[in-house]
Ligand binder design. Structure first.
Ligand code: GLY
Length: 391
């Protein structure tokens, strides 16, 4: 294959999902010359994700450090939306609608009570409601709902529109797009120096950010001890449409754990209703299965029986980039010049604003902000490269 060299950029971002795009946009805003490699920027897991900003309702035991980052990002979302919409001229569908997490049986209720206790201990705002109070808020809920948690701070955004807006903002900020796959990291004198694309083009850069979602652990040329421990976790998601005659079908996100599986219904202002999601350790498989669709519809129907009247408009599966502790990997690696922004798991959409800010600080100032330091890749591998002068 003929090798073609491009002029060097300060930064090459590998991966054009929402995490790669926000990193590129924020770095370009800091005055860096940024290139991004992805055959289809704006694609990836955001094509499938529902877009819940669920810092409070997706709280889990043992994830208090991640909670801090999730809350920091949730707090930024309204201002981030305003800035991105201004920069791109596009609406990203941010909706401050709140969330209602409900219980259908005694086991679910006990689970929700525990979550409520954990939320209270963590200083989070949530209110316990009886089944009747839940139905007063959301009349389409099943009569069998036994109680629930009202969380007015867990909002939503439309991830597809978010990705499209980030793409436009990047273009307007001068990010150079290589619409090719990065095949191999280039390493020169023990330092990341760019990447070779699938057409043989060699893109040179002073710093490289690996932000390739669930594919981040597979890039050739990255030394084995530096490869991030990221694996794909499959999620199947449905999209339905609420005809105007049925609106408002739901006024906020409704979620539950039914027979151990998470189910959520996210109603958009434009009538789209997103129902998700399965959690499957199936490697790289993205098949939409009859069983996956059946289980989502069965559980959604138990929560909101009227859902079976709605047109089913789309079924899709995507891959969450999961890390061993469910938290992202942000920052420099043991290979000088190579940084990671990956492993966001269930929280990629929520963590978009804080990730962009953290990575731009690292790239422009040579330092991660305090809030992002616990998420350094060094927690899974040898010590990262020592601090360098910014580009
Ligand atoms: N955050 C929702 C999901 O990953 O399914």
């Amino acid at each position: 294959m003929r090798i073609r060299r491009t002029d060097g950029s300060d930064v090459l971002v590998i991966g054009g999902g929402i995490i790669g795009l926000v990193t590129a946009w924020r770095a370009a805003q800091r005055g860096l010359a940024v290139a991004l490699a992805d055959p289809e920027p704006g694609g990836g897991a955001a094509r499938v994700a529902a877009g819940m900003l669920a810092a409070v309702t997706e709280l889990h035991y043992g994830e208090e450090t991640l909670l801090g980052l999730n809350l920091a990002s949730a707090e930024r979302f309204a201002a981030f939306t305003a800035e991105l919409e201004e920069a791109s001229g596009r609406d990203i569908g941010f909706r401050a609608c709140g969330t209602l997490a409900v219980a259908l049986d005694a086991d679910d209720r006990a689970h929700l009570r525990e979550l409520h206790e954990l939320q209270r201990r963590s200083g989070l705002e949530s209110e316990w409601l009886t089944g009747r109070e839940c139905r007063r808020l959301e009349p389409m809920l099943a009569p069998g709902v036994r109680g629930g948690l009202r969380v007015d701070g867990d909002h939503q955004v439309d991830p597809r529109r978010l990705a499209a807006a980030l793409l436009t903002a990047c273009e307007r900020a001068g990010v150079l797009f290589h619409r090719r796959r990065a095949d191999r990291l280039s390493v020169v004198a023990d330092r990341a120096a760019g990447a070779v694309l699938d057409d043989g083009t060699e893109v040179a850069a002073g710093q490289v950010v690996l932000a390739a979602g669930s594919l981040s652990g597979r890039l050739a040329g990255v030394p084995a001890h530096v490869l991030p421990p990221v694996r794909p976790v499959k999620g199947q998601v449905l999209r339905l449409t609420v005809p105007p005659a049925y609106a408002p079908f739901l006024s906020r996100t409704v979620r539950a754990v039914v027979r151990g599986s998470h189910i959520y219904l996210v109603p958009r202002e434009n009538g789209e209703l997103v129902v998700g999601a399965t959690t499957e350790e199936m490697g790289w498989d993205t098949t939409v299965t009859a069983g996956g669709v059946y289980e989502l519809l069965r559980d959604a129907h138990e929560l909101v029986p009227g859902i079976t009247e709605l047109p089913l408009t789309e079924t899709r599966a995507g891959l969450r980039p999961a890390s061993p502790d469910n938290a992202p990997l942000l920052g420099r690696t043991a290979l000088p010049g190579l940084h990671l922004a990956t492993g966001h798991g269930r929280n990629g959409v929520l963590l978009t604003p804080v990730t962009g800010d953290a990575m731009a600080s690292l790239l422009a100032d040579g330092e991660l902000p305090e809030a992002a330091r616990p998420f350094s890749p060094g927690r899974f591998s040898p010590a990262p490269a020592p601090q360098e002068q910014p580009a």
